[in-house]
Design a protein around this ligand. Structure first.
Ligand SMILES: Nc1ncnc2c1ncn2[C@@H]1O[C@H](COP(=O)(O)OP(=O)(O)OP(=O)(O)O)[C@@H](O)[C@H]1O
Ligand SMILES: O=C(O)c1ccc[n+]([C@@H]2O[C@H](COP(=O)([O-])O)[C@@H](O)[C@H]2O)c1
Length: 211
């Protein structure tokens, strides 16, 4: 896997290989993002750069398949926080397919729909180590694992073993989670630098997670 721009450096010359004819590589970073936090941003950026992805699309879910209690706040509020958090990074974008579809956000359904719309794209689905361990329980996982390349990033306390193929990208482990952030806000503790300042302003303005 190439990790840098396809540039051939020869004495006195720099030849840019024409990449127009190659297939696009898009990272999909699915999650509840309740709220989006700094680790999500670091992971998205590191993976995108390490794999030479054209875009990393944050993909907010509506009802995550394996839990129903986690869906706590309006998807539109989570979308707004994602928009605020990613606005300065040209590598990042947002994919609203699951919110527009509604219902349980099975990744298989999302990827099939996206591939139908964009047949020229290779998708890389980014997941934390906690999710890698859970892959065997995903909806239509055997088919899904042929449609996307799973990209894993380690999370403390979780193994890297998987029955399904996973490309691991080495990203420094940061023990931040949305659960922890919600808890800190509820307890009146600071979450500065856990989430971007713009997102903190939004959380305060909309009085999210305080109770
Ligand atoms: N600190 C982290 N390091 C690596 N991966 C992470 C980290 N936090 C979240 N992820 C991954 O990002 C994706 C989306 O995560 P999600 O929105 O559920 O955030 P979360 O912090 O795990 O939330 P919660 O605490 O509510 O479960 C998942 O694949 C998850 O494994
Ligand atoms: O399709 C599935 O069966 C499936 C099971 C568990 C998780 N996922 C997806 O994995 C992503 C991370 O999930 P979560 O719960 O950490 O937000 C999110 O996009 C989910 O839709 C998908």
């Amino acid at each position: 896997m190439k990790t840098q721009a396809d540039t051939i450096v020869e004495p006195q010359t720099v030849v840019q290989v024409d990449r127009k004819d190659r297939r696009k590589r898009i990272g999909l970073y699915g999650g509840t993002f309740n709220p989006i936090h700094t680790s999500h941003l670091i992971v998205g950026d590191q993976v995108g750069n390490a794999l030479g992805l054209d875009k990393v699309m944050f993909l907010p879910d509506v009802v995550p398949p394996h839990v129903d209690t986690k869906y706590a706040i309006d998807p539109q509020l989570r979308v707004e926080m994602i928009r605020l958090a990613i606005q300065d990074n040209p590598l990042f974008d947002i994919e609203l397919a699951e919110i527009e579809r509604g219902g349980v956000s099975y990744t298989y359904d999302t990827v099939v729909a996206l591939k139908k719309k964009h047949p020229d794209v290779d998708y890389y689905f980014i997941i934390g180590g906690d999710m890698v361990q859970y892959l065997s329980k995903w909806h239509r996982i055997d088919e899904l694992s042929k449609l996307v390349t799973f990209v894993g990033v380690q999370r403390r306390g979780f193994e890297t073993e998987s029955k399904y193929p996973v490309v691991w990208v080495d990203v420094p482990m940061i023990d931040i989670s949305s659960t922890d952030i919600r808890q800190r806000i509820k307890e009146g503790q600071s979450v500065r630098y856990f989430v971007p300042d713009s997102v903190i302003h939004f959380i305060k303005e909309h009085h999210l997670y305080f109770e």
